[in-house]
Design a protein around this ligand. Structure first.
Ligand code: NDP
Length: 431
């Protein structure tokens, strides 16, 4: 990728941005034509084959974040999101992080968990032993239920058994939950695993004498973790008002607050997910699965806490890390169908699923740095309201050049709201 073609990207016109991506080698000529003709939407026929009672397609803006250096490689990051400031903030933080060499990621081999949960199991401990002893026969049956994933080098790898009891809720029944740990290769694996779980359930019922109540994957992707780290020299954090060391310490303190206070942690983590969800959506992945998994992981200690860690090292640098459970894929679901998802994978350089997970964790870490740095220095409204002004201008009815004119005047108005935007637009029209 020729990153020189991408400098001052945000200052370029729409057409220049698309040409710059082509000239930098990020997209092909064909993809450039598709973008120039605004032809990324699903067609009606595809949409109606994807969901029931389809009426039309609901579009989100697709943009790109810049300045990401992940494991030594420059990346342009596609993001589908309606919220102003997210892309600018990610790009800004990635630039700061690049002063320390960028992001380094750590993504161990991934497995996805499927559960068969049984009720009416007589002797739980005995049933557990029986299931554990039949491990290989169960794994074989699971693989026979979805042979194509085995041909691809994946399949069911391991089995564990959990007895689900809740002593705090007297009278609650106990359940037996059989977990299969499955390598789904490049797929997120929901359909693969659900097929396997339905395939093995009758055999497990036979083994245990219980009745299978649930046969489905778990979206709590504790075996699909991705971590991103960064090291930022303190001087790179300085603002007009604060030294780099002061900003570093305030970021660390703000993260300590989010570690001990769930009221702050939820907003802290929402900021992380601003970036993660935007890339998950752009790449055609199941953002409900990712959201559910990530927030459960934030509660793994028994309290909902910050997902990021910010500390200082012996050199006085700010060091950050973020670990996320990521039930994602690079094939299957909407990924192979949606033209914008396909383009997003191209923009990312067609990462494999582990690389995509590392990219997501890096985007989340950047997004968190941007948000917390802004919060502990100028506050986030300064940056946020600038872009929000454009949305208000459009809501008030501004078109073309009027959008920027109304937004500029709105920033100087005593109240930045829709009424002010309307009155500014009226005045512009009369002058
Ligand atoms: P799909 O069933 O759409 O696609 C996976 C298939 O892609 C595989 O079975 C395999 O089929 C094929 N494939 C091609 N290349 C590869 C490769 N390199 N590695 C692995 N598979 C490959 O998707 P998933 O099973 O991943 O399920 C994801 C979908 O399920 C999403 O749309 C999600 O929204 C939905 N879903 C999610 C649930 C959840 O709880 N999160 C629940 C139910 C559905 P083959 O080998 O036969 O060619």
């Amino acid at each position: 990728m020729d990153t020189t073609k991408l400098s001052k990207f945000y200052k370029k016109s729409h057409e220049e941005k698309i040409s710059a991506l082509f000239e930098a080698g990020v997209i092909s000529d064909e993809e450039r034509q598709t973008l120039l003709s605004n032809n990324l939407d699903l067609n009606l026929e595809t949409g109606s084959n994807m969901i029931e009672n389809h009426l039309g397609n609901y579009s989100l803006p697709l943009g790109v974040a810049m300045n990401f250096v992940i494991d030594g490689t420059n990346k342009v990051i596609p993001m589908a999101i309606e919220e102003p400031s997210v892309i600018a903030a990610a790009s800004f933080a990635a630039k700061i992080i690049s002063t320390g060499g960028g992001f380094s990621t750590d993504v161990p081999d991934r497995q996805v968990i499927g559960q068969v949960t049984l009720k009416h199991v007589g002797n739980m401990a005995e049933a557990r032993e029986i299931v554990l002893n039949a491990k290989q026969a169960i794994l074989d049956r699971a693989n026979e239920a979805h042979p194509s994933i085995v041909k691809r080098g994946g399949g069911a790898r391991d089995l564990t058994v959990r007895i689900l009891e809740e002593p705090a809720l007297p009278g609650f029944p106990a359940f037996l939950s059989v977990h299969l740990h499955i390598d789904t290769k490049e797929a997120m694996g929901a359909n693969i695993i659900n097929t396997m779980m339905e395939g093995i359930a009758p055999y497990i019922e036979e083994l245990t004498g219980g009745t299978a109540l649930l046969r489905i994957l778990s979206n709590y992707a504790t075996e699909s973790l991705a971590t991103s780290h960064c090291v930022i020299p303190a001087h790179a954090l300085k603002t007009g008002k604060y030294t780099g060391e002061e900003v570093r310490d305030r970021i660390i303190e703000a993260t300590q607050v989010a570690t001990i206070d769930p009221y702050r942690a939820v907003t802290h983590n929402k900021g992380i997910m601003n970036g993660v969800d935007a890339v998950v959506a752009a790449t055609g992945n199941d953002w409900r699965a990712v959201e559910a998994s990530v927030h459960a992981y934030a509660s793994r200690s028994g309290q909902y806490r910050s997902l990021t860690t910010w500390e200082t090292n012996e050199q006085g640098d700010l060091t950050g890390s973020l670990t996320l459970p990521l039930p994602i894929g690079t094939v299957g679901g909407a990924i192979s169908i949606h033209p914008a998802a396909q383009l997003s994978h191209t923009i990312l350089g067609h990462p494999n699923v582990n690389e995509l997970a590392g990219i997501l964790a890096s985007v989340g870490l950047a997004q968190n740095l941007a948000a917390v740095r802004a919060l502990v220095t100028d506050g986030i409204q300064k940056g946020h309201m600038g872009l929000h002004a454009r949305s208000l201008a459009i809501s008030a009815g501004a078109k073309g050049e009027q959008v920027q004119q109304v937004a500029d005047l709105l920033k100087q108005a005593p109240y930045m709201n829709l009424d002010s935007a309307r009155s500014i637009l009226r005045n512009l029209k009369y002058n």
